[in-house]
Design a binder for this molecule. Sequence first.
Ligand code: MOS
Length: 764
Amino acid sequence: AMQGLMGKAVALAPDSWIPGGKPDPLIRHQHGHIGKPVTRIDGPLKVAGAAPFAAEFPLEGMVYAAVVHSVVARGRIAELDVTAAEAAAGVVAVMTWRNAPRLKAPPVFLSDPKAASGDNLPVMQDDEIHWNGQPIALVLAETQEQADHAKSLVRATYHAAPAVTDIEAAKAEGTKPGVFMGQPLHNKIGDAEEALAAAPVAVDATYTTPGHNHNAIELHAVTAYWRDGTLRLHDATQAVSHTAWTMAKMFGIDEKQVVVTSPFVGGGFGGKTLWQHQVLAACASQLTGRPVRLALSRESVYRMVGGRAPTEQRVALGADRDGRLKALIHRGVTPKTATNVMPEPFILPTRSAYASETMLLDVQVVELDMLANTFMRAPGESVGTFALESALDELAHALSMDPIELRLRNEPEKDPTLGLPFSSRHIDEAWRAGSERFGWSRRNRTPGATREGEWLIGVGCATATYPYYRMPGGAARLTLTRDGRASVDIAAHEMGMGTATAQTQVTAERLGLPLEAVTFNYGDSTLPGLVLAGGSQQTASIGASVIAAHRALVKELLKLAGNDSVLAGLDADEVGGHDGGLCKLDDPERCESYASILNRAGRDSVVVEAEPPMPLETQHWSMHSHGAMFCEVRVNTVTGEVRISRFLGSFDCGRILNAKTAASQFRGGIIMGLGLALMEETQFDPRKGRIMNPSLAEYHLPVHMDVPQIDVMWTDIPDPHAPMGAHGVGEIGITGTGAAVANAIFNATGKRIRDLPITLDKLL
Ligand code: MOS
């Protein structure tokens, strides 16, 4: 049925499709698979329990592992008594620094394109403690229950050393400039403090956000075993190839001697990368000579998998009486560890958000003795937009101006800090369409003035923004067989966001095949490509590889078709995929089916592998996903309870490849944003450096009752400079949401809460 929708052949993406050349003609194509709300192809497998997750591989002779964690933040292990644990029923071994295999330090993220580790601390190699929660022993037993019991019998004492675990005390000692992806987190245009002081209208406030921990429903887990000198890991990861390479480095073996598979991941959000558990499981398998399953408990995830660091952000805005920004200051402090490369980069969204005559953006860091923090959905943008977009709302209130009008009045013509033109920015359209759908004009502008019984009602809005990235994703392999089927092989990831489905659509559309004829193989480090499911860029990255492979395939097919074909004499740019074959563009009569081409050539299949152009587009344009967020809240005047009653996200993210999976990504991001606004908070004890609420009972996340119907819409305007015209949709939903909620709460109550999460005590 889908195939019937497809009309005629569509031209190939030209070799020069990026950057600056002719755009890919498919990005405006409205009659095929692209953009359709195709249901996830992995859905039935998951619903039927037929999708094996990392901790679900039953292997002969498996041992089950449980982790013992340090309870001091710094120092040395004095005594580590494992005799009782070793003697417990079913225990096979207890691994500590004394008997763990010797390893090299993990290559830290960014030290190499394939490096995956959050920090470069040794993994169970000595008696030194670097954070409260560090693994000090791994108990291995015949059953999980036996391992869990025996771990309670491990006795440790410590020579504790002074540790830096208090942010305030660390700040008093001085801060260091923050660096993100090799670049200083600092921008300066003119003298912003002076402009602020001179501005007729100004706001200047400090916003704080707490630490957040990763809470994917699927706990971090790995099944590890060695076979014929090769380490095999069934992992839950956003980075199969990176993990394989990094593990190989640590074990001092060839990259090909590590095979990582991860076809299904129950949520990633930036946290499903390489942490110590994969390394410990591989070591334990070497130590015991048996397959090891290490499925972390929820507490162990909190102790071993980093999250988002807290931030303290000052945002100061100075404006003319007509709302034009004269000064924009966004600066503050966030903690990280000394060994990791990931300060929470909260100024990122501000760099390209608004035109202001002057600007001062700066992130300072303090270094704490704690678990390395990491990427967590929209690192930087989620908490950065909370501060920035709250401040915009405060300025609008000070100016008595509509906050949407204030934002539109400060729309920049080009990127304010890069000086580059925007590749595609239709945020004004997102605001216009969103306002209309939400009924923004009907709001009561006076704070605290709309009441229904004991509930105060208010609405708020904020801008959402997330950068477009495309990493060099390497090659994709494309195979076309005589029976008219195609398959794509690339080491990509499916964390539930619809990767496999969207790429099946892209491939089927290019080839002119029905979706059922295309298979997308992924989640295996032995496949081609080096793809990170992160930075909302996997779709662009793989799509670019698929486009390149498709172009190579068509050239190969034309060669095979030869002089006897109706296609003879045509070159790749004159043909396109249509109805199971190649056709001359604009001439549906001049076609030869794939089956016929391969038959005549005496071939069963054609296999090509090709790499996409380097991702140079971001050197020519400032590229971002955009959104306009609208929230309606009800705040109970008796209990302080906040209920989100309506939420609308109006997005401008280029071409939407799959209306169903994109909508789910937007909604998922918004739900995480509601958690950020109202609930999520890591309780970090500054005296001990220990996380005090490592469970879903005490770390609150939105549940169904907390989430209203979430409406989403989008402009669907393709970006001519992005492969497939698409920008990322994975992370933008969490951005702007915190501020939209806080701004709605202000409109409802007249109370401006600048400290997340907005719990009821702050409203009473
Ligand atoms: Mo995302 S925080 O880049 O997985």
